[in-house]
Design a protein around this ligand. Structure first.
Ligand SMILES: NC(=O)c1ccc[n+]([C@@H]2O[C@H](COP(=O)([O-])OP(=O)(O)OC[C@H]3O[C@@H](n4cnc5c(N)ncnc54)[C@H](OP(=O)(O)O)[C@@H]3O)[C@@H](O)[C@H]2O)c1
Length: 261
């Protein structure tokens, strides 16, 4: 990609964390952007900064993605404006820590709606357009927790396992149509995630903590290279190797300890 790449990039969850960093790094490459999230003022402030700094076009879309009808309307609005999305960063999502039975069912289902149903809907509508144009790239943001069930993150880990499996399957399905699908599986990172998930930061997590910039750089490179999935950071890669190399009870006990203290 060059400094004047004119293909549109749509980023969900662009108002903080990884999404904000994806916006910065794609802006640096000269891409016009569509920024999507619920907090309008944060999106507008970011858009203004990126327009000024990189002289790119930035469209702000305030959308609650947990409403599937709103996802369909967003897609329609962009089509009506003649904007073809060539790169989709499917990043919006949140976690929830706590014992499954003690948590409100509503909170778990709201998370599944965003992390699973909405991600599926966005991927579906934009992948159809990309297939018709025979070009496009889709990045799905899963998690290191996609590789195993984790105590007190039962629904979140299961939701992210879905994202990883969806991404792996779509990578093969859409490859022949000229569309790349890559799944990014970050470990603990310094974003708004922990606060939103009411997550306790254990000493092990503080040790593993990555900054959003290298995680996002790894995701963009993997997408550009057409990889099926990627885990950023050596320590996180080592944890995935542990899930291949040890019995399930052992690595599940290890990660539960790291996540819960
Ligand atoms: N940070 C980590 O440790 C970590 C590790 C592995 C995976 N992840 C994944 O990384 C992705 C990004 O999270 P993050 O770490 O960057 O956390 P974050 O800073 O909390 O960002 C989450 C983003 O999702 C958006 N969002 C949440 N609910 C939404 C909704 N209903 N509609 C539209 N947008 C919504 C938020 O924007 P608004 O609140 O403005 O809507 C925000 O921009 C998530 O999928 C998360 O599961 C994070």
């Amino acid at each position: 990609m060059t400094k004047t790449d004119s293909s549109w990039v749509l980023i969900t969850g662009a108002s903080s964390g990884f999404g904000e960093e994806f916006a910065r790094q794609y802006a640096e490459q000269g891409h016009p952007l569509v920024l999507v999230a619920r907090r309008l003022e944060r999106l507008q402030a970011l858009a203004e900064t990126l327009r000024r700094q990189f002289r790119i076009e930035v469209v702000v879309e305030q959308v609650d993605l947990s409403d599937i009808a709103a996802v369909v309307q967003l897609h329609r609005r962009l089509r009506e404006r003649g904007m073809a999305i060539d790169i989709l960063i499917n990043n919006a999502g949140h976690g929830l820590q706590g014992p499954f039975v003690d948590r409100q069912l509503d909170a778990a289902l709201t998370m599944v709606q965003l992390d699973v149903a909405s991600l599926t809907a966005i991927t579906h509508v934009f992948a159809q357009d990309m297939r018709a144009r025979r070009r496009g790239k889709i990045l799905l943001v899963a998690s290191l927790l996609a590789y195993q069930g984790v105590q007190n993150f039962a629904v979140y880990a299961a939701a992210k396992a879905y994202v990883l499996r969806l991404g792996e399957a779509l990578h093969r399905e859409l490859k022949r149509d000229g569309v790349t699908v890559t799944t990014l599986c970050p470990g603990m990172s310094d974003t708004g995630f922990a606060a939103a998930a009411q997550q306790k930061l254990t000493p092990a997590l503080k040790l593993l903590m990555m900054q959003p910039a290298p995680v996002v750089r790894t995701g963009i490179r993997a997408l550009q290279a057409g990889r099926i999935s990627v885990v950023p950071g050596w320590a996180n890669k080592a944890l995935v190797i542990l899930t291949w190399a040890t019995p399930r009870w052992l690595h599940q006990a290890f990660l539960s300890r790291a996540m819960n203290g």
